[in-house]
Design a binder for this molecule. Sequence first.
Ligand SMILES: [Fe+2]
Length: 340
Amino acid sequence: MQDQTQLDGITRADIFGRVRLGYVVVESRRLDHWKRFAVDGLGLQLDGTAPSGIAAFRMDAHQRRLVVLEGPAEDVVALGWQLDDLETLSEVRTRLAARGVELVDCGPEAARIRGVERCWRCTGPKRLELELYTTPVPGSGEPCMASSGFVTGAAGMGHVAISSREPESMLEFWQATFDARVSDRIEDRLDGIPFDFTFLRLNERHHSVAIAATRGLSIDPIRTRIHHLNLQAATLDDVTAAYVRCRKLGFRLANAIGQHPNDRELSFYVESPSGFEVELGWNPIVVRDEPAWQVAAYRGISLWGHQPLNLGAGTRIRRAARGLASLARPEYTPFGRTPR
Ligand SMILES: [Fe+2]
């Protein structure tokens, strides 16, 4: 690692570009729904080698990218981050240890289930397990999917958007751990509530993590740890075909096709069997010229489209109730709370 960065007067390795979203682990009691959703809806491949009680899915050369474990959470329980090498892992371990967070070996069974050779974990923001690995297990042969393919590689498998009552602490976590850079910010009113969105990139993908926070009274109206997982389809036809399939199969669409003003990705949102949403998109901006990138601020989360399709009275009431209930629940922050 040759790049260096200055933090608090200390020179350290810069690991920007050496980290990418590698896999996502979900816990659900609805494995059959997940198989139908991921394979017949989104167009992924079911990995038939997974043991019973586990539904695992392939979307590229890796054996597994999405793993659904049998369990009650109906939520994402872990995010797997692929690091370039053991040197990068050692750097992350040192940084976490300096903040009192210890990485532990996940063990061979967990690694096998995730389709990686070895992995290490700690508890991340919102008690979402942060898992790190360097070497994925390759899938056998070419993937066989309804989709023509997904864009992964150096940019990783996509991005996650996380609602937070502690956005400053969460921002600090991703910056201090992975050298995340702010790509841009968006403000908007959703359902009458003002929100600020901060988009963080870890590599050439415009954002690997987005943080959503209410302005003023800090509430979290989302039940699941993430609001959505984004996957990037190879072609526009893949997006429209998946949209039609998801509709025909009866999965609840959350937002119709539209485009965001910052990454310019064309996408739609569909509710997964565990309640969080999956955004399937095409052709987001790739940040290839880092020195030329300018941090911008936008008003309005979408340039056009993304019409909400699931905001009935029931959903609004449930979200309002969850938002109010969240006031009584402190949000877990691994490095402690950053004062506002
Ligand atoms: Fe997104």
